[in-house]
Write a protein that binds this ligand. Sequence first.
Ligand code: SF4
Length: 433
Amino acid sequence: MTTLQPTKPLHAHADSALDPIRAKVLAGERLSLDDGAVLYATNDIWSVIELADLVRRRMHGDKAYYNINRHLNYSNVCALSCKFCEFYRKRGEPGEYTRSIDYIKDEARKGIESGATEMHIVGGLHPYLPFDYYTDMLSALRETAPDIHLKAFTAVELVHLARIAKVYKRDDIKSGVRWVLEKLIAAGLGSLPGGGAEVFDDRVHKEAFKNKIGAHEWLDVHLVAHELGLNTNCTMLYGHVDKRDERLRHMEILRRSQDQALARIGYEGDPSAYIAEGIPEAQQITAPVVTLNRDDAQLPTPAMSERGGYYQTITPLPFFPDGSDLESLPGPSGLENLRTIAITRLMLDNFPHVKAFWIMQTLPMAQLMLEAGADDIDGTVVWYDITKAVGEHTHQETTVLDLQKAITEAGFVPVERDTLYREVVRNGNEWHI
Ligand code: SF4
C-alpha cells in the first residue's frame, strides 16, 4: 500500500520555490523573512495552506477552540482619531456613549446567565474618565461575576491609563504601566487582549495612526504584563496602508518578543537559529529562538505563568474600510485573508494559538481558516462595536451550536476553552475547568 508523502505537495501546479520552506517546516525550523516573502508571492496558495495545516495539526491535532464570552466596550469616546477606526466618537458627537457601573454590572449578570467564562473589555481613550472608573469597573465585575475571567485593556489603553493616573514617564514607560497593572490586577484583571498593535512599522504608524503608541511602547506594556505573570495576546490589523513585507517584520518582532517570554518561563531555545537583521525593536531582544512547531514541542500552560506570562494567541485582523477615514481603500480580499492566516501560522512558530476571529473574518471564512492554520474562532461575543463585518448592527451574537456546527462541518472537533485555553467541562450554564 502506498501512503501520501507530506514531503511532496498534494496537488497539481505546485511551486518548487516552496520546497526549501517545506523542508524547514518539516524540520521545525524558524522561517526567514525571505521565506515569508516567497509564501506571500507564490501562486500556489494551496501548498501554503497545506504547510500551515501541518503545523496546526502538530500543535492541536483535530481540535478547534471556541469560548462562551461577552464583549464589553465601555466607551467609544476617544482622544485619538486613527484613520482606520470607525469605532471612536468625540465627546458630544451623535452616537457617543460611556457605560455606567450599573450597566456594566448588568452585563456581568447577563454573562453569568449565558454561562460565559470570559468578559472581553476594551474601549476608546476617554480623556475625562478618572483612573478609579477602571478599577471600579473591574471590582464591580469581579464582585458580580467572580468566576468570569476579565480580559481587559489593550496596551494603548494601559498607556493612556498611566497618563490619567499621572504615573506616565516618557523615558520610563514600564514603571508607570507596572503601577497601573498592579492596581488593575488587584481589582480583578486576568489577562490582556492583543489590540492596538496594528502593524509595527514607522511608515505605517505615521500614515495611519501617528498619535497612537508605537511598537516600543506596545512591546514594553506586554513585557511588563508578562513579568507580572499575566498572559497576553496580540493582533495584526492589516490590509490598509501596510505592505506585505511590513507585516512580515511585524511577525518577526512578535515572535522575538515571545522568544523572550518563553525564555523567562524556562524554555531553552536555540541561540544559533535565524534572527532577522535590521529590525531595531527585535534587535534589542537577546533571548534565544524558541520554536513550538515540532512534533515533540511542549506548549506553555497556565501553570507556567507563575514564572511569567506569555503570548497565547495571534489574531490577524483584516481592515474594514467602511466608515473609516481610509474608506477609499479596498480592504483585503478573502484570498489575502486566507493566505495571511496561513503565513501567520508558519511564521509565528512559537505562538500556541492562531485565531480566526469570526466577527471580522465572518463565520464561513473562519471555517475555511481552520484548514489554513487557525485553531480558534473566538466566542459567542454578543455585542461588538469595533467593526461590523456583516450588516450595520453591533448585536453580533452567535450561538454555541453555530460555533460547534461551523467547526464540525470543517472537519474538526469543537473544544470549549476558557480564556487561558483550559478545556471547559460544562453542564448547561454550570461549568468548571
Ligand atoms: S483605534 Fe483605538 S485609539 Fe485609535 S481612534 Fe479608534 S478607539 Fe481611539
